[in-house]
Ligand binder design. Structure first.
Ligand SMILES: Nc1ncnc2c1ncn2[C@@H]1O[C@H](COP(=O)(O)OP(=O)(O)OP(=O)(O)O)[C@@H](O)[C@H]1O
Length: 271
């Protein structure tokens, strides 16, 4: 494929001139972005810069302003011109979305949550009655093992730690047979060890299984460590899109504002 421009069909994500306003607040402004299959991309930017909005638009949970271009997942249209596509379900089927608030059904077991990844593949009555086919049960257990939480399969999601829940959500994406995982702040509320586990798992799925990963991150350190490409938003505009090595000191100050200079230069309060 080298030297050949990838078509929208072969791209994991394509966002074409998309704007989203909430009242008078511009959350995303004429953003265009493409992600190729197999990439691991960090979406960074200060709080309120538009990272979550971009992922929500990609999932079809939020509609862009009219006049916006198309958003596609693996060539299938999610929305265009502020209208949901008729093929949105087909588009969504290829991506496991992990949003902080809506990750798991908290009253259900981790095992049941993982099986829910099969909803698009089985007869609706099976999902409603919870009578999942044997192959789904098997795949759910394998996925929980793969992400390292099989020992908690029978526990209610509500009774598990944030890190275990995040890994459960990743297992659900594996049962879904997702070709990509789009995760919104998957490590925001995790301790450093749990955060590292989740990021390593995403990186492993990217490297070993070829899953495309798009992940919003607050901590630049994790982006530098686990992602090869960064897309930085500022006030709804993409102001950097390139290799992670391009996140120089000056660029980070541009992304996070002048005060970030102090953050980088600050001495520890206690030695
Ligand atoms: N449902 C909403 N109603 C009104 N304004 C919203 C809504 N969702 C987002 N916004 C606004 O859009 C802008 C972008 O928000 P968004 O959540 O995408 O930023 P973010 O970069 O993900 O922030 P954070 O890192 O804090 O999660 C912000 O100004 C926010 O207040």
């Amino acid at each position: 494929m080298e030297g050949i421009k990838m078509t929208a069909k072969s791209l994991a994500l394509s966002v074409d001139q998309v704007t989203k306003t909430y009242g008078t607040a511009v959350a995303l402004s004429g953003a265009s972005l493409t992600v190729e299959p197999g990439e691991m991309v960090a979406l960074i930017g200060a709080s309120g810069s538009g990272k979550s909005t971009l992922l929500r638009l990609a999932s079809g949970l939020v509609l862009a302003d009219s006049g916006s271009g198309a958003i596609r997942l693996f060539g299938e249209k999610v929305q265009e011109n502020g209208k949901l596509s008729a093929r949105v379900r087909r588009a969504r089927a290829k991506v496991g979305f992990i949003f902080q608030q809506f990750n798991l059904v908290t009253r259900a077991s981790l095992y049941a949550n993982a099986m829910l990844g099969s909803l698009g593949q089985i007869a609706p009555w099976r999902g409603i009655t919870g009578s999942f086919p044997d192959d789904v049960r098997k795949r759910a257990m394998e996925a929980l093992e793969r992400v390292g939480v099989a020992g908690h399969a029978g526990k209610r999601a509500a009774n598990l730690s944030g890190g275990q829940q995040q890994r459960g959500a990743i297992a659900r994406a594996l049962v879904q047979r997702a070709e990509a995982i789009f995760a919104d702040e998957p490590i925001a509320s995790l301790d450093p060890v749990s955060a590292r586990r989740v990021m390593r798992l995403l990186a492993e799925l990217n490297e070993q299984d070829g899953l495309t990963v798009v992940v919003t991150l607050h901590q630049v350190d994790y982006a530098l460590k686990y992602c090869r490409r960064a897309v930085a938003l500022k006030a709804g505009e993409i102001i950097y899109d390139g290799p992670i090595s391009g996140l120089t000191r000056e660029r980070l100050i541009e992304i996070y504002g002048d005060e970030y200079r102090d953050v980088m230069d600050e001495e520890p309060v206690r030695a």
